[in-house]
Write a protein that binds this ligand. Sequence first.
Ligand code: SF4
Ligand code: SF4
Length: 362
Amino acid sequence: MRFPRLFPFSRSAVIDPLGTYPPPQAKDIILFVTDRCNMRCEHCMFWQRIDDPGPEMTLVQFQQIARTAPALRTVSITGGEPFLRNDLDEIVESFYRENRTHNVQINTNGLLWERMEHLIELDLAAKYEHFLSFQVSIDGLEKNHDRLRQLPGSFRKITNNLKRLVALTKEHPYFRVVVLTNVNKHNYREIDELSHFLWDEIGVQHAFDLVRGVTFSSWGIPQAIIEKGDPRDCDLPPMQELEGILDAIRRINRREGGHFDQFVRQLEVQVGLYLGIPAPFRCLSAGRTAGVIYGDGSVAACEFTKPFAHLADFDYDLDRLWRSRQAELRRNQITGCSCSHTCFVLTSLVEWEEQQNRKEAG
Ligand code: SF4
Ligand code: SF4
């Protein structure tokens, strides 16, 4: 039976310009597979865990997560250094096979060539007709990168590996690679030169993020659920430089064909937040369409808030955990905070833009 609309003129009033919370169904997951790392970067938010790695879930547990999650848009496999796990290939395959994940992204420091090459040569993405992408971190020109990452010689090794990865994208059309630079007070003056080098000499696309830490990148998180997470020794560029940095990144994006328009829009929001300009949308994704699974099986709405549940208590059934009372409680606790964390600004921006488009389409 269809009921007449009681308040036909009230419809636009209930469409909040900041965006409407989407139903809680995971679409984008950050998946920590290990805390172990072969680097000790100054800007690492997780340096305490890297220095003292915790327990790791087994392959069977990861497979159960893949089986029970709704089909995901993106799984961002991270750590620590994901390629330190001997069974990474199987974890990746389980997300294609069991979950039909559209894009498996691996955030890597780009050092472990044999393991990276092996995974690409397996051609799992092509087999399942989904995508595999590597996001390789480079944090400045040679001197700065090696100092920030505390590993002499790593810039040369990684850029050499990048050339080989770019060559593999030609043979494996379902494979992509992008460089990510964490912009901070030590490296912001050289991002233009670095981009020229990466684009002209290596032919790799270059994206940017601003260094983050819970104490300087978040606002209004309830004290009881705030998660510690600040870099060991790194900070943002001076505030008065942020708009100039944004302009430089806009120029770089235009020069490279506008591949990262959405990233640029996200950076505009991030810079605005640091300059005291509220985002045009609320955090729509954390705990709703996006979340974090740590290597030990604990689950958080985002990296700036404490885990709210453990997968072991739900037989590693992610969907059941996501619909649990604990998850609902956490969602209710995070309606008043804001932060500049890329993963959640970007996924909220995507959600908000989709809502705006639907609204315009009527
Ligand atoms: S930033 Fe990445 S590569 Fe560097 S120490 Fe942290 S986990 Fe390792
Ligand atoms: S990601 Fe969302 S919930 Fe988490 S701190 Fe940022 S604004 Fe709050």
